[in-house]
Design a protein around this ligand. Structure first.
Ligand SMILES: Cc1cc2nc3c(=O)[nH]c(=O)nc-3n(C[C@H](O)[C@H](O)[C@H](O)COP(=O)(O)OP(=O)(O)OC[C@H]3O[C@@H](n4cnc5c(N)ncnc54)[C@H](O)[C@@H]3O)c2cc1C
Ligand code: FES
Length: 506
């Protein structure tokens, strides 16, 4: 069975070892969450003269940013047609301008700081495999041109298979996200600024100053940015305004196969996302895609197998697959992220979320908008991304995803158990099993030890399901995830699954 593991980025970059947050620290700005959003915001603010504390519950850059595909581009599949439908031509233009500016902001950091992160300029393509997608690609080219992007329609690409048509965007980039962000994060500590790891934030009290609470102590800051992927404070109801979507990636040495000389995504489904990766002189080919809503798919190992088949079919000269990984991102119903206040009245408590799988530039846009706001500078893009906008409420996607969460809440409680007895579980397997009449989440670890828990998600009480490829319990409602033994690892939950006792085998 194919199993996910640490990403290529985690395996080819050093570990970090920052201290935990002690009690009594005061700074101008606390940034909670150290992915691309948090690290970039903290660096921009420190360089503008603020004291900052960047705080992560785990080690830095191990969330979605540590498991991404890391194409750095304003070309986001066929998004602009949809953005124009929701926000007009002006909205599409602002989205294009801000994402291009974010790409150049990243390029500037790389150059000025001399960061060795395999930053390479590449063309970015969105291709149509079938005749039915050609009209969509054509329309997208026109919308993107009007939005000011450097695009053209082509019928030939360096891919080893034919495409019917493709949108080609010039002068985009790819990089190693951890090498880039670990280098930036290393410039934060000192002169009253800090990086803290292993410090889950449990609550933030809005006030003057705000209070950021962790188990180790309280930190005070005038402004707080929640850069935790989805804000864990439910007051902004962002879990109803964005939904979680997982995707998978495999990478193999390029071997004798030809370099595809670009970054690619198809226009149809299932998604196929293609780029090369570098580890020193070694070049790898990465194929990603096969996305689905978190918690909605039982046969997750197959997702890796299908990507591997695609890689083998089109690049037979490539070596054996060495890396398999997956992660999830939050999708905005109208394709535009939410950047701004947590809710009306929370002037000093800011959020950024829902990058719809385009967070390298969108996370950088968020850091630019939020740092400008804290520094009292005008930002011409802020209106488009306003986190308080009501626009997506009532859209088909908003209603569908929230109805689906409601349905899961009831139907998963009534659904049959996965196995009849804990004895059916082999090492590394988990499942929902009736124990003394109660549905129980049970995992048998590699050493054979059984872990039993209540299957009720600690966010808003939906029932979790077993994900065999990642050996995790995933919640289908808003994407909280728990390790096999019930520890909270991702999503809006802040608590572990509640442990249960199994009856004595005798
Ligand atoms: C499979 C896949 C491929 C993708 N490929 C691309 C791509 O090619 N190009 C692109 O632009 N985008 C891509 N994306 C999207 C991009 O990876 C994400 O949008 C982006 O990484 C999100 O960054 P973030 O900073 O918001 O969150 P994260 O990187 O998840 O960072 C959030 C951090 O907050 C911490 N945290 C959470 N809760 C707490 C708490 N209570 N206290 C303290 N810390 C906390 C976490 O530990 C984590 O480190 C992809 C997404 C997926 C799923
Ligand atoms: S993530 Fe919200 S109920 Fe599980």
């Amino acid at each position: 069975m194919s199993q996910g593991g640490p990403s290529f980025w985690i395996e080819t970059s050093p570990d970090t070892d920052y201290p935990a947050l002690p009690d009594g620290v005061s700074v101008d700005v606390a940034v909670v969450g150290a992915g691309i959003t948090g690290v970039t915001a903290a660096v921009l603010l420190k360089r503008a003269g603020k004291t900052v504390a960047l705080i992560d519950s785990k080690q830095i850059v191990r969330g979605a940013t540590g498991y991404t595909t890391a194409k750095v581009t304003a070309g986001h599949g066929l998004s602009y047609t949809k953005i124009k439908d929701s926000f007009g031509a002006d909205g599409a233009r602002i989205y294009a301008e801000s994402n291009l500016a974010a790409l150049e902001r990243i390029a500037q950091f790389v150059e000025e700081d001399g960061i060795d992160c395999d930053f390479e300029r590449r063309a970015n393509y969105a291709y149509a495999e079938g005749a039915e997608q050609v009209a969509q690609v054509k329309e997208e080219v026109e919308v993107e041109k009007a939005a000011g992007l450097p695009v053209s329609m082509v019928t030939e690409t360096p891919l080893p298979f034919e495409v019917k048509a493709a949108l080609r965007m010039e002068n985009q980039a790819q990089f190693h996200p951890r090498k880039y962000l670990l280098a930036l994060a290393a410039t934060i500590s000192g002169d009253g600024s800090h990086v803290f790891e292993g410090s889950p934030v449990t609550h933030v009290k809005h006030g003057d100053p705000c209070e950021v609470q962790t188990e180790g102590g309280v930190l005070r800051a005038r402004d707080v940015i929640l850069a935790t992927h989805l804000p864990f404070l439910d007051r902004g109801l962002f879990f109803t305004r964005a939904y979680p979507h997982r995707s998978y990636a495999v990478a193999a040495p390029l071997g004798s196969a030809a370099d595809p000389e670009g970054m690619y995504i198809n226009a149809g489904t299932p998604t196929r996302s293609i780029r090369t990766l570098r580890d020193g002189d070694d070049v790898y080919l990465q194929v990603g895609g096969n996305g689905h809503k978190t918690g909605d798919e039982e046969e997750t190992p197959k997702k890796y197998d299908e990507l591997e088949e695609f890689l083998r079919e089109h690049w037979p000269g490539a070596g054996e697959v060495r890396y398999r990984w997956s992660t999830q991102d939050y999708m905005a119903h109208d394709k535009v992220p939410y950047i701004g206040q947590l809710r009306r009245g929370s002037e000093h408590l800011l959020v950024a979320t829902a990058y719809s799988k385009w967070g390298m530039t969108n996370g950088t846009v968020a850091a630019m908008i939020l740092s400008d706001r804290i520094l009292g500078r005008e930002n011409a893009w802020a209106g488009l991304y306003d986190s308080k906008r009501l626009k997506p409420l009532g859209t088909k996607s908003f209603l569908k995803e929230n109805a689906s969460a409601g349905l899961h809440f009831f139907s998963d409680r009534l659904a049959r158990s996965d196995r009849s007895s804990v004895d059916d579980l082999k090492p590394g397997e988990g499942g929902l099993i009736r124990v003394r009449g109660r549905k129980t989440a049970v995992y048998r670890d590699e050493q054979g030890t059984l872990h039993a828990m209540s299957p009720v998600c600690q966010h808003l009480y939906c029932v979790v399901g077993w994900n065999p490829a990642e050996r995790s319990w995933d919640c289908p409602c808003h994407g909280s995830r728990y390790a096999g033994d019930g520890r909270a690892i991702q999503g809006p939950t802040r608590k572990d699954l509640k442990p249960r006792k199994l009856p004595d085998p005798s």
